[in-house]
Design a protein around this ligand. Structure first.
Ligand code: TYM
Length: 324
């Protein structure tokens, strides 16, 4: 059975880009893989976070995983900072990571334009490599923006194995081209992002029905007035990608279904689809989030599982290095 590992930072509000690019892919795979999903709080603190807010966010994200369909009988969910093996392996990997390769990471360059640069932000991809390599992971389902980090992870695994002997499995990213990069509803050239300053650009998983409808209504389109496969711009293509993802069908089928429909009518259908799905997720979320004992039990089980499994790889890596 293949092992799948992925994670989301508990920073900002989870949005439909996170759902489409990551969580919905995880849900599909959990029936036939060993699936492990992490709330990566140690990554989140590489940019300033409010201590009481992050505590709440970690539980919110874990509850959202469950509400979106991650089933704790099939998958493990845990909090990164509750398993110290992640930071220990990250330290070890630091010692073989070329400085120049981290300097070339696109996300680091982007984030360092917005935030004061700390060493944690620079080292972020090494902790991510550690997350993945500790579980002998085969597949990492993510959005397009994480591809470079997974390439670095493979490079580090290969380098360690060559230098010290076979220790880590080389993971593959799983990125679906139609849904890998959901764009802002206000700017189709910019990725939908938790840190977007324009609230109309992002649909959050916990947005109210009114907000979701308003955001779709106000989403930018182009100078055409109806859907056509041949002459739609990037903004309408993005809305069609969201529609396809929520309907769980290919873009081709969506184009066939909606060809010739006016943008106004299409937006109405899209709003209905997104509202229905998010209402279902929100209903489950409220139930799960109000039962903190249950949530804590799921996270404790995940913690024990993750510590046991990751310790085997950590010990192997230390043994190869000649450490006690
Ligand atoms: P994060 O928290 O930024 O995003 C979580 C996941 O959502 C995907 N994503 C998107 N997909 C499509 N369209 C978008 N607009 C969009 N925005 C975000 C991301 O690609 C990601 O899959 N470094 C990671 C967290 C991480 C991780 C890991 C992931 C830490 N350790 C180990 C995988 C494996 C991050 O910042 O994701």
């Amino acid at each position: 059975m293949k092992t799948v590992f992925s994670g989301i930072q508990p920073s900002g509000d989870l949005h439909i880009g996170n759902y489409i690019g990551a969580i919905s892919q995880w849900v599909k795979g959990q029936d036939f893989t060993e699936s492990i999903f992490c709330v990566v709080d140690l990554h989140a603190i590489t940019v300033p976070q409010n201590p009481s807010a992050i505590k709440e966010k970690v539980l919110e994200v874990a509850a959202l995983y469950l509400a979106c369909g991650i089933d704790p009988r099939k998958s493990k969910i845990f909090i990164q900072s509750e398993n110290p093996n992640h930071t220990e392996l990250a330290w070890i990997l630091n010692t073989i990571t070329p400085f120049g390769q981290l300097e070339r990471m696109t996300q680091f360059k982007e984030k360092s334009e917005k935030h004061e640069v700390n060493v944690g932000l620079f080292d972020y991809p090494v902790l991510m490599a550690s997350d993945i390599l500790l579980y002998q992971t085969d597949e990492v389902p993510v959005g397009e923006d994480q591809k470079q980090h997974i390439e670095l992870t493979r490079d580090l695994a290969e380098k360690f194995n060559k230098k010290f002997g076979q220790t880590f499995k080389l993971p593959n990213s799983v990125i679906h081209k139609d849904t890998a990069r959901i764009m802002s509803l206000q700017n189709p050239l910019s990725k939908m992002s938790k840190s977007d300053n324009d609230p109309l650009g992002t649909i959050n998983l916990l947005d109210t029905v009114e907000k979701i409808k308003e955001k779709i209504k106000k989403a930018v389109t182009d100078s055409n007035s109806s859907i056509s496969k041949d002459n739609g711009g990037e903004a309408i293509a993005n809305l069609l990608a969201i529609y396809s993802a929520f309907k769980d069908q290919s873009l081709d089928i969506t184009y066939n279904e909606l060809d010739g429909k006016s943008y106004g009518e299409f937006k109405g259908l899209l709003a209905e689809l997104v509202v229905d799905k998010l209402k279902e997720i929100q209903g489950k979320y409220t139930q799960i989030r109000s039962d903190e004992k249950y949530l804590r039990r799921v996270l404790d089980e995940g913690k024990d599982y993750s510590i046991n499994k990751s310790l085997k790889t950590l010990n192997k890596a230390k043994e190869q290095l000649g450490l006690m």
